[in-house]
Design a protein around this ligand. Structure first.
Ligand code: AMP
Ligand code: MN
Ligand code: MN
Length: 317
């Protein structure tokens, strides 16, 4: 079985690198740091490489040890919460150069890019997979590892409210609480507290929000200038897409973020029946049924908006 094979590879490896997707969310950060702390427990020489992340994750155990660059070659590379090598943007070489490649993920659109792929698309968070996998490998879920894992679960389920939540999600959360994890602390850090810059970006995006198709589509955006004007940092744009999604009658919320080198990062969210992952796949991206993204490199803001709205329209009832 894949999990036993992966454990054998871990046992044989001396040096390991842990990676996750670019623009890491709480699940990416939580899984990468849980894996890092778990491998430390096994006395591995392990590097976790995450070039940029939001400072809202600074409370996570292991953050001070995160590296921006690593060694040329590792015995083993483990990617978590990542559907595609394209999303290891900028640090894919660490993965490709490793002697053995492993991935653990929960995206339905996963491309099975490693030598060993453990993918469970039913799991609402990659962290929920690790809650089972680590004990299966006889790794103790300490309070530190539990804090990382609960962070992944809480962020990817929107605080236990998305439709992907299973009864196991609550069982695991209860179990992690028994390990001493402080749920309200995690919740406050990753879901409640926003930086001032993030607040200002939300305000700008909210003022610009437009509705289309009888209010079934919400659309908004932020530009590079907006980010400069509020001194935005990595992650300050997270969550803006939810503003439109939460308005009554909206089925799909679209959010565009202008990228440094041109083009737009697209985030799509749906409420009920539209599969936004299908829409993003058409633009070379992907994600989950109700939360997906892609990058569109060509076209003006208006072009990109019109293209996305035209595609989305076809999925509306
Ligand atoms: P985001 O809108 O960036 O928060 O992403 C929502 C979901 O879609 C997450 O699960 C991401 O991993 C996934 N996703 C975002 N952008 C891409 C992309 N370019 N390719 C594949 N999956 C993506
Ligand atoms: Mn993620
Ligand atoms: Mn995830």
């Amino acid at each position: 079985m894949t999990l036993d094979d992966i454990k054998n590879q871990i046992d044989e490896a001396k040096t390991v690198v842990v990676l996750t997707h670019e623009n890491p969310d709480g699940d990416a950060m939580g899984c990468a740091l849980a894996m890092y702390n778990a491998l430390k427990q096994l006395n591995k020489e392990v590097d976790v490489i995450i070039p940029e992340f939001s400072r809202c994750f600074n409370f996570l155990p292991g953050v001070p040890e995160i590296k921006k660059e690593g060694k040329n070659e590792y015995d083993l590379a483990i990617a978590v919460d990542c559907s595609d090598t394209k999303r290891l943007n900028g640090f894919v070489d660490y993965f490709e150069n490793a002697k053995v490649k492993v991935e653990i993920d929960h995206h339905g659109v996963n491309t099975m890019f490693a030598d060993y792929n453990y993918v469970d698309p039913v799991s609402p968070a990659c962290a929920q997979i690790l809650v089972k996998v680590l004990p299966y490998w006889d790794i103790e879920i300490t309070k530190e590892i539990g804090t990382c894992l609960l962070t992944g679960i809480i962020t990817d389920t929107g605080g236990f409210k998305y439709s992907g939540v299973t009864s196991e999600t609550f069982e695991f959360a209860a179990w992690l609480l028994q390990k001493g994890v402080n749920v309200s602390n995690v919740y406050r850090n990753v879901l409640q507290t926003v930086t001032r810059s993030s607040f200002e970006l939300n305000r700008i995006a909210m003022n610009r929000l437009q509705f289309y198709e009888n209010g079934k589509i919400a659309f908004t955006y932020i530009t590079k200038e907006d980010e400069q004007s509020v001194k935005a940092e990595t992650g300050d744009y997270e969550g803006i897409v939810d503003v439109g999604r939460d308005v009554e009658g909206v089925e799909v919320s679209i959010f565009l973020r202008e990228l440094e080198n041109g083009g737009y990062k697209v985030s799509l969210r749906s409420n009920d029946y539209v599969n936004v992952s299908d829409i993003c796949l058409m633009f070379g991206g992907g994600g989950h049924i109700k939360a997906a993204g892609c990058t569109i490199s060509n076209g003006t803001l208006e072009n990109v908006r019109d293209k996305l709205i035209a595609q989305t329209k076809m999925y509306l009832k």
